[in-house]
Design a protein around this ligand. Sequence first.
Ligand code: HEM
Ligand code: HEM
Length: 185
Amino acid sequence: MHELDHYIYPHRVLHWLVAAAVLVSLATGLTLGTLGFERTANAFGTAFTNVMYTGHKTLGVTILLLMTLRIITRVAFVVPDHDPPLHPFQRVVSKSVHHLLYIALVLMPLIGWAATATGGYPVEFFSWHLPGLLSENPELSRTLFGWHAWLGWAILVLVTLHVLGALFHWRIKRDSVIKRMSLFD
Ligand code: HEM
Ligand code: HEM
């Protein structure tokens, strides 16, 4: 198939890396946010809970880096036309969901970073501690973690809509939309 039937290869690789990282971030984040440290530690053990916190923050910062690369590969290279063209309604809905996902996936790690730093916790990236950049402010941290939780649910809704849309094109309309992002054909 001609290259212009697809997003460029690096953009497709970034799509699937971000997709996997977002699903794991949502799963670990929702577990930690719902149970809190104590109950997560009772359920899974303290060592594993600490790994979940470090892993969640590391993945979150990684998503921020990958999204930066992704925005570059999105704006710097041609996006393939839809063939056949999408119905105008589908085009508006899918574009809106894509744009909202981009905005949410940049804001989410920044809010998580700021909430963590203002709470006086380390901003961990693997075994490094990144600069918090903001001074301790427990009240601000609580507000930011509130936004982090709210945006987490919003991302879950957007991803669900997006995946339902992709499945609709792939299994029901059987058009070429899924191929645009496929790594294999
Ligand atoms: C796109 C990236 C991210 C996603 C999708 C994500 C998702 C989530 C979600 C859904 C929660 C649960 C919130 C709740 O119910 O209270 C959460 C909690 C948390 N997130 Fe993130 N997060 C991301 C990035 C980050 C980053 C970069 C950091 C810090 C450097 C971070 C630190 C935390 C912490 C410490 C919690 C636990 C809060 C608590 O115990 O109440 N997150 N995250
Ligand atoms: C957390 C998971 C996911 C996120 C955050 C996500 C995000 C995105 C975004 C923002 C786009 C717009 C294209 C661009 O990058 O500019 C896109 C395109 C696409 N995604 Fe996903 N995606 C996820 C999971 C999936 C899954 C599971 C599938 C397949 C079942 C899928 C299939 C597609 C397809 C086919 C396109 C191309 C649509 C088009 O351009 O018309 N995505 N994705």
